[in-house]
Write a protein of this length. Structure first.
Length: 421
């Protein structure tokens, strides 16, 4: 196959841009949350339920997207996602000053519509497109493409912070919607194409038969039914709930906390963007580190970094400093895989690869539940005096509990018996 004419790499760029737009724009909520609350007159806690509406949508629409993907194809799913992410930001602009119910309806509806962007145009769709184009280099290309989520989040958050210097949140959202349309539209029209459309074969297609035989012989793992009967499954599920609710709280409310402590919207956005860039860079090497140190050590490193981050977040209340903020964004970036990679990497080390797709889909319910519980838990803390500091302490403890449960789950991993350990 002539690599110069091979379209798969261009398709990979297209997938990168789609996830870059969808998850990047969705992540800007943390930056806009304080402005949404101030403009509408509703509390940060009430506006924080936007994330809850989004999580509910993710839970139900993920099942719909899984069925739609093989029926209507990757391109149409990605088209739905781009239209949805643009509509989602426009819904915020329909808010009116003063506490009125319709503003909350638009806010929550925006969160729900964003679920279409996340479920129809991120990990599942992009991974499917890469799988269609690559037999060889599939894991490497998939990892690079999915890193678009982290880089997109960083750059869109940074852009939002710069726009805040000149415009109100409504105009910021309008500008973001235009950029999302241009980038997403370009990717869909010129880059997101399947091998069938281009009349080509996937990279390494001539070796697919031998590869399939090798994978079939080497596949080690337990079935979904056996996994759910094991204690490791339920320990890991509760652990995912704990660590995901903790990290979701940071991503959703940290910029608001920084602004409460005296940072401007732009400065808070810049620090948030720095944290997300570190996270994206770390995701590129997380798989290699995991392979070298193992599941237990890798997860311990992540949880220790997150707990240290929460301790520093509590210290901000007495005054911010550049050194303190650098440490916070560095530790938050290093612990990012808790919410992004641990469910799949550690999960596969527990149950093997034989039936992990089905096991993972079930396990994601715990992840979504953790994200769902974030806003109600934060609402309780924000109703207290010194609520943010109490919240960060609580989430540090949640991460520690999650770590202990993961370590126990690893010790009891069903796949160890299959390997004779």
């Amino acid at each position: 196959m002539n690599n110069k004419s091979f379209f798969g790499y261009k398709a990979a760029v297209g997938a990168f841009l789609i996830i870059f737009v969808n998850l990047g724009v969705a992540t800007t909520l943390g930056i806009f949350l304080a402005s949404l609350a101030e403009y509408s007159g509703w509390s940060v806690a009430m506006c924080g339920y936007i994330g809850t509406a989004n999580t509910i949508g993710n839970i139900f629409l993920s099942m719909l997207a899984a069925r739609a993907l093989p029926k209507i194809g990757v391109r149409k799913c990605m088209l739905i996602s781009i239209v949805s992410v643009i509509l989602h930001v426009w819904l915020y602009t329909f808010a009116t000053p003063g506490q009125n119910v319709m503003t909350l309806v638009f806010y929550y509806l925006a969160g729900l519509v964003c679920s279409f962007a996340i479920t129809f145009g991120t990990h599942a769709a992009c991974s499917t497109l890469i799988a269609e184009w690559f037999v060889e280099k599939r894991e490497k290309i998939t990892g690079i493409v999915l890193s678009g989520a982290g880089f997109g989040a960083a750059l869109w958050v940074f852009l939002a912070g710069q726009l805040f210097q000149y415009f109100d949140f409504k105009m910021c959202y309008r500008i973001i919607s235009v950029l999302a349309l241009v980038i997403g539209g370009f990717a869909l029209i010129f880059l997101v194409k399947t091998p069938e459309e281009m009349g080509q074969k996937p990279l390494g297609w001539d070796k697919v038969d031998n590869s399939a035989k090798t994978e079939q012989i080497g596949a080690i793992g337990v079935s979904k039914a056996d996994a759910m009967k094991s204690s490791s499954f339920w320990l890991f599920a509760v652990a995912m709930l704990c660590v995901c609710v903790a990290y979701t709280a940071f991503t959703s409310y940290a910029p608001t906390w920084w602004q409460t402590c005296g940072l401007s919207s732009t400065t808070a956005a810049n620090w948030n963007a720095a944290q997300l860039i570190i996270a994206a860079l770390f995701l590129l090497v997380a798989g290699s580190i995991f392979a070298k140190v193992g599941a237990s050590v890798f997860t311990t490193i992540l949880c220790v970094a997150f707990v240290a981050c929460m301790a520093l977040m509590c210290m901000i209340g007495s005054g911010t400093s550049a050194v303190l903020m650098v440490l916070i964004v560095l530790l938050a970036g290093l612990s990012y895989p808790l919410n992004a990679s641990v469910p799949s990497m550690v999960g596969q080390s527990l149950f093997g690869g034989k039936d992990f797709a089905a096991i993972s889909a079930t396990m994601m319910t715990a992840v979504y539940l953790g994200q769902f519980l974030c806003a109600p838990i934060m609402a309780i803390f924000l109703g207290m005096n010194n609520g943010f500091v109490t919240a960060w302490t609580f989430f540090a403890v949640a991460a520690i509990v999650g770590l202990v449960l993961i370590l126990v789950a690893i010790a009891k991993a069903p796949v160890k018996k299959l390997k004779g350990n």
